[in-house]
Design a protein around this ligand. Sequence first.
Ligand code: IFM
Length: 477
Amino acid sequence: MPESFPPGFLWGAATAAYQIEGAAQEDGRTPSIWDTFSHTPGKVLGGDTGDVAVDHYHRMRDDVRMMADLGLTAYRFSVSWPRVQPTGRGPAVQRGLDFYRALTDELLAGGIRPSLTLYHWDLPQELETGSISGSAAGGGWPARDTAYRFAEYAGLVAEALRDRVELWTTLNEPWCSAFLGYGSGVHAPGRTDPVAALRAAHHLNLGHGLATQALRAALPGRARIGVALNPSAVRPLTQAPGDVDAARRIDALANRVFTGPMLTGEYPADLLADTAHLTDWSFVREGDMATAGQRLDVLGINYYAPTVVSAAGAGEGSRRDGHGASDHSPWPGSESVTFHQPPGELTAMDWSVDPTGLYDLLMRYAHESPGTTLMITENGAAYDDKPAPDGSVHDPDRIRYLHGHLSAVHRAIADGADVRGYFLWSLMDNFEWAYGYSKRFGAVYVDYETQVRTPKSSAGWYGKVARTGELPEPPVG
Ligand code: IFM
């Protein structure tokens, strides 16, 4: 029996500005922290940068036509902050906004619902260093002012696109911004200071709340506002008390550091205790928790693989956690926790294939956040896709991955989770951050020499699911 999804379920694909747009120096855009980071030798594999990426800025109309041909009903993209507000403060650049006006017009004309993310990691460099115009103090997300700058930018984008976009997301994966950007340093801006990472996490929570207020003030009542988190399905290696405690610690640092303020209006007591030797959290000011805990219409979940942990030294494992190699841990106060790769199939990122993690997260947040719509704002896998001699690209592993995860979503809906949409990561191959162009997540293959796009077999498979709203029998083999 095919598994049917509810009518109106959104079938989308997702991308992010720095990963696809290119045109890094056009129409007034200034560098973001990712431009600076990727141009710093040794930071990105192969010295790759997003200067050209997949040239979406110039190929946008063809790309939207491709989405419509595939049968997508929604598209999640992000706005490049330095394209719209180059110094991170002051008025918007209309040419920058015009690109997103044109993109959303094309989407709407093609019957595709735009889902807009305000921040997918491309902080204007000036807000990090304050060095471009000399007007700003900078400091990045560890600095409180950045949260206010983000709210100002949110208001500018909302005013420009309020008539075209109903689905708004404030932040994408703030965990990565805070803990990979300022803790382990494998993401921009590449700082390795655990306290800065915790301060960044708080200011991202605050910025989310302030931006949500700015969006609600500017948008019509029908707008739906949310955030896209990458919660970890954290599992202890064994039920030994040390392993269970390691899982609790990582759950606090991966998940509850954001869902605490955003869903319940407070930081979890165990998180504060686990990090008390590093900071007294005095950067949290009166009123911040109420601001961060704005009503959420949509909780976006980005899911790839579960996380298995144990107490230090238990079993075979490492301090590496699938988020890139660094001598610095992204887990402040929990550096000794050991991470384990579960047995079984792996993707090209060495992430395990386990849809039960997605099911568990959907059921968890259905219970913890009743009344909030859930969306899978990202899910997908990288594989070493290569064109066949006839130019076609077959990716049965990705079809199996998607089938398994969509089946988990179907089961969660059947068990009561209010899930309204699924966005495949990613529409097309693109710049995979510190891995450069070496990892292909796309349903559409991109030849980086010619920029020719070729839908992989998974794109055809997913398009059929989107058109019928039904998941066929699992693929064999
Ligand atoms: O490519 C990223 C995306 O930008 C954020 N979520 C995870 C994806 C795969 O690593």
